[in-house]
Design a protein around this ligand. Structure first.
Ligand code: PGA
Length: 254
């Protein structure tokens, strides 16, 4: 049985003060939820204070990116060791916005994933096709490319403690989510690709999140799909009420 995981990607939003306020509201709303892993990913500058605000509760902390070296002359970067030090358990890697605006490659993603595992951080690896790629019938090829290059070299134990996110780029921030069938089709593909490399047994343990315009009113149907093990939520996670509703939908679905 895979524990569902709902993660909120705050992107470039929330000052320290705003992060603390959002966490305080959210904690009250999801206090009793014990069957869902809940994660929030504030900006780097709010991580330390967010860790304090989350202490003793059922919500875990993620960063939105990481670099692969431990330390050194890499101006502007933050290492996995530093993320562990500040209290992160998870890190989002290879989000489409990083691939699109910051030139992130599959090779970068793989270095970040390996470095995160080396420091006990759970990577959430993002995959997903653009609209153009979907319309050209390339969804499977693109997701396969993101996935296989992103997880290259991981042991079975490491892949089991890796979260894969399927986030079609055309669904991110657009209000146009993938249908439950579209999501299920790609999630099943991801699981079968993992099974081909490792085994059925390993693939059945890996959690695959859907992301892209997940809202309170569509979360239940998406999460009801057999291979959808959670959600990576952007916009709807910036508001405590809507994020809490998605978390409760997950709590009911599993
Ligand atoms: P969205 O973002 O929920 O606003 O579509 C999802 C994401 O980018 O992770």
């Amino acid at each position: 049985m895979r524990t569902p995981i709902i993660a909120g990607n705050w992107k470039l939003n929330k000052t320290i003060h705003e992060a603390v306020a959002l966490i305080a509201s959210l904690r009250c709303m999801v206090d009793g939820v014990s069957n869902v892993e809940i994660v929030v990913a504030p900006v780097f500058t709010a991580l330390a204070t967010s860790a304090e605000a989350l202490a003793g509760g059922n919500i875990r902390l993620a960063a939105q990116d990481v670099f692969w070296e431990d330390n050194g002359a890499f101006t502007g970067e933050v290492s996995p060791r530093m993320l562990k030090d500040v209290g992160c358990d998870y890190v989002i890697i290879g989000h489409s916005e990083r691939r699109q605006y910051f030139g992130e490659t599959n090779e970068n993603v793989n270095c970040k994933v390996k470095a995160s595992h080396a420091h006990g951080l759970i990577p959430i690896i993002c995959t997903g096709e653009s609209l153009e790629q979907r319309e050209a019938g390339r969804t499977e090829a693109v997701v396969k490319d993101h996935l296989l290059n992103g997880i290259a070299g991981l042991s079975a134990a490491q892949i089991i403690s890796t979260v894969i996110a399927y986030e079609p780029v055309w669904a991110i921030g657009t209000g146009r989510n993938a249908t439950p069938d579209q999501a299920q089709e790609v999630h099943a593909l991801i699981r079968s690709l993992i099974s081909d490399i490792y085994s059925d047994d390993v693939a059945l343990k890996v959690r695959i999140q859907y992301g892209g315009s997940v809202k309170p009113d569509n979360a239940g149907a998406l999460l009801a799909q057999p291979d959808v093990d959670g959600a990576l939520v952007g916009t709807a996670s910036w508001d405590a009420e809507s994020f809490a509703q998605i978390i409760k939908a997950a709590d009911n679905a599993f």
